[in-house]
Write a protein that binds this ligand. Structure first.
Ligand SMILES: [Zn+2]
Length: 160
């Protein structure tokens, strides 16, 4: 389970770009629109000698700048970061880019450097993975980048 922070404004399909690649041919090219990209990937799978390509089609990776600013966090990490930002226990929500950016920058100024943690055993079946040194600063930096992008696009920020 995870939570993704992203722009609220959804781009029209013909404004989204996708790169196709596979293990044999490498990068096959860039296509506009998700439907086009997936049908091209499927067509390539029919002629490719790579068995993964035959089974699943070529790899499709979104290259639209908006896709690059999304921030995906595991639920536990997201709840922690949202709490630090002052959004409490909201597992999904939205805010204006301006407000979100202000909260991120305030949090960046307030929190101390993340020294990381060893893995934590939450109960007999659940272990929360170790957190690397500087993790929180990296996440806040990515969220600041997202908020800045949203502001430049006139979009709000949402998460869920
Ligand atoms: Zn292929």
């Amino acid at each position: 389970m995870s939570i993704t922070f992203r722009p609220t404004a959804q781009l029209a399909d013909d404004a989204r770009t996708f790169e196709l690649s596979c293990g044999i041919a490498g990068v096959l090219g860039e296509w506009t629109g998700m439907a086009n990209a997936y049908s091209e990937a499927a067509v390539h799978g029919l002629v490719c000698t790579n068995h993964l390509c035959q089974e699943f089609g070529a790899d499709v990776d979104e290259t639209t700048p908006a896709a690059g600013v999304e921030v995906n966090l595991a639920n536990g990490r997201a709840a922690w970061v949202l709490d630090l930002l002052g959004y409490g226990e909201l597992n999904e929500g939205d805010d204006t880019a301006e407000q979100f950016l202000a909260r991120v920058m305030l949090t960046e100024a307030e929190v101390s450097f993340d020294k990381g943690t060893a893995p934590v055993e939450l109960d007999a079946r659940t272990v929360e993975g170790a957190r690397r040194v500087g993790y929180l600063q990296d996440v806040l930096g990515a969220l600041r980048n997202l908020a800045t992008y949203c502001r430049s696009q006139g979009s709000d920020v949402c998460w869920g």
